[in-house]
Design a protein around this ligand. Structure first.
Ligand code: NAP
Length: 277
């Protein structure tokens, strides 16, 4: 596994596991727990979840996968915007901790911006940190203007990550958000790095995948984490795919690969509003 040096002094794996769509079907729960345990064995020790996923069911799957080795797992969860008042955030975190069967969440994110004042959410995050219920907090789906507003708040600079859509099809953040987050040492967590699946079948990836003797998905993920300050969090409920995805951490794409990918998926030439899907 490759790591990025977080400004907190910790090292974070550049690949994590997503859990959207997990915890929705009791008949699949045992398999989902096993796939996440495989991820941990492969060094994919960061797991991304949210109170939203499976209406709390995904957090229960994560809790089961992390049981017995909690200190080796970095758990990311998220509060719904409609819960993100001060009191609502405190209560939502408590419920997440119960479902995760843990005493703390490593990184707690505001899932997207809603109508609650940011200052109230940040105040709750800071209180939860003081109480030891979360270790760090961050945001998700924040574009440059949202980040400016956040960083202007008294504790805003404690924001430890911004989770946004980033993949070969959606490179808009490279224009402004990504460089600004890098400058401020706020890692980007790239969600939907396989564009929810289709990128793993994209024909432009096939020749590069053949050259490196890996799956096309491995190429898409290695591309996502090619530069500093980016963590990709692909989701799979399949063991073989989990291995393909984990392999991306060991693959460095060369100049020819990157040029071919730039031709097939051109970088942005202007600012685009942050993509959400
Ligand atoms: P994704 O990771 O880009 O793609 C997941 C899809 O790709 C699944 O259908 C999966 O199917 C398939 N897949 C995974 N690995 C594959 C492989 N090696 N080969 C072929 N197909 C593969 O999409 P995502 O789930 O939207 O994003 C990842 C995670 O980011 C989510 O699970 C969630 O944790 C987080 N997220 C956050 C936000 C936010 O607003 N903050 C939004 C979206 C997602 P199988 O499971 O059947 O393998």
């Amino acid at each position: 596994m490759r790591f990025l040096q977080w400004r907190t002094g910790e090292k974070l794996p550049v690949l994590g596991a997503g859990t959207w769509n997990m915890g929705e079907n009791g008949a699949r729960a045992d398999d989902e727990v096993e796939v996440l345990k495989l991820a941990l064995d492969l060094g994919v020790t960061l797991i991304d979840t949210a109170e939203m996923y499976g209406a709390g069911g995904a957090e229960k799957i994560v809790g089961r996968a992390a049981a017995g080795g909690r200190d080796e797992v970095f758990i990311v969860s998220k509060v719904y915007p409609h819960n993100a008042t001060f009191d609502g955030t405190m209560a939502a975190c408590e419920r997440s901790l119960q479902r995760l069967a843990t005493g703390h969440i490593d990184l707690y994110l505001l899932h997207w911006r809603g109508s609650s004042p940011l200052a109230d959410t940040v105040e709750a995050f800071e209180r939860l940190k003081e109480q030891g219920k979360i270790r760090h907090w961050g945001v998700s789906n924040f574009d440059t203007d949202d980040m400016e507003e956040l960083l202007a708040l008294p504790a805003g600079r404690n924001c430890a990550a911004n989770q946004v859509l980033y993949n070969l099809n959606q490179r808009g953040i490279e224009w402004q958000l990504l460089p600004e987050c890098r400058k401020r040492d706020v890692p980007i967590m790239a969600y939907s790095p396989l564009a929810q699946g289709p990128l793993a079948r994209h024909r432009a990836l096939a020749p590069i995948a053949r050259k490196h003797r890996v799956a096309p998905a491995t190429i898409a993920l290695a591309w996502t984490i090619r530069g500093p300050g980016v963590i990709a969090i692909p989701k799979t409920s399949d063991r073989d795919r989990m291995r393909e995805n984990a392999a991306a951490a060991d693959l460095i794409l060369d100049r020819d690969d990157l040029a071919a990918l730039d031709r097939a998926f051109p970088p942005p030439s202007r600012k685009h509003p942050l993509a959400l899907n």
